[in-house]
Design a binder for this molecule. Structure first.
Ligand SMILES: Nc1ncnc2c1ncn2[C@@H]1O[C@H](COP(=O)(O)OP(=O)(O)O)[C@@H](O)[C@H]1O
Ligand SMILES: [Mg+2]
Length: 250
């Protein structure tokens, strides 16, 4: 088992709602070689859940383990296990993609000889050779997102966590992200990603968890969900689970 979340709860406060559970008793597992999609509308609690798994936020209740490391007792251990990609690439403008990868590789103490081969490999894999030596400030959104994904993979982590990684990308770049997710699965990595795009979850995920208002309401493979809800596709399942015209106040 690679990611195990058990009864995770996180309270937030805002003036309108007062104290409310942004993540409410969420439990799921994501295995090696599996792509798990956390599917939910805006404000569902996807980012908060991923922040807890990546040790940026502490859960108020529940337990999370990543590759056997506990986020509460060994956050440093957890941080060595994953690469994280958010929807906002957040790169250093003045570094080139190659320099960005070298910098992050050094931070993760990747041996020098291995690192430069790894960087070349990622540049090829993500089709970045035409802009590998251009400063990030001059790159398009799609190029930047490819750099962000490469950055998350430099240290070859067993777990890859992505928060709406295709938001704002054009179709060809989205496709290259999908291809990369599949490659990660083939390499035996555990991939957890969040999305609000049905077709993305449908195409990419081995298992899907549907989250709304902090609660994980349904979980399974697409065919399990189809059978359980008696619906022909994910969109209909989603509507049955979450309810039509849902406004969750975010
Ligand atoms: N730091 C915060 N303080 C108060 N409320 C927050 C904070 N961060 C997120 N929220 C609220 O928590 C809920 C879940 O947010 P989030 O996890 O970002 O959802 P998602 O990523 O699914 O869109 C939303 O209602 C959001 O407005
Ligand atoms: Mg989010």
């Amino acid at each position: 088992m690679t990611i195990r979340a058990d009864g995770v709860k996180k309270w937030f406060y805002d003036r309108k709602r007062g104290e409310f559970p942004a993540v409410d008793d969420v439990s799921f597992e994501c295995k090696k070689g599996e792509v798990f999609g956390l599917l939910g509308p805006n404000g569902a609690g996807k980012t908060t859940t991923l922040m807890i798994i990546t040790t940026i936020l502490k859960p108020d209740e529940g337990k999370v383990e990543v590759n056997g490391f506990d986020v509460a007792t060994n956050p440093e251990g957890v941080r060595m296990q994953f690469g994280f990609v958010s929807s906002d690439a957040a790169l250093y403008d003045l570094l080139t993609p190659r320099e960005t990868l070298a910098f992050v590789g050094k931070l993760s103490k990747c041996p020098k000889e291995k690192l430069s081969a790894r960087i070349d490999e990622l540049i090829n894999l993500l089709d970045m050779s035409s802009f590998a030596d251009t400063r990030c400030q001059a790159l398009s959104t799609g190029m930047k997102q490819r750099v962000a994904i490469a950055r998350a993979l430099v240290h070859d982590p067993p777990v890859v966590i992505m928060d709406e990684p295709t938001s704002g990308l054009d179709v060809p770049t989205m496709q290259s992200v999908y291809q990369l997710v599949r490659q990660c699965r083939e390499m035996g990595k555990c991939v957890l990603f969040s999305t609000h795009i049905m077709s993305e979850a449908e195409k990419l995920c081995d298992r899907i968890g549907i989250i709304n208002k902090g609660k994980l309401l349904a979980m399974g493979t697409l065919s399990e969900l189809k059978e359980q809800y008696g619906k022909p596709d994910l969109e209909e399942i989603f509507l049955a689970v979450v309810g039509g015209n849902e406004n969750n106040g975010s």
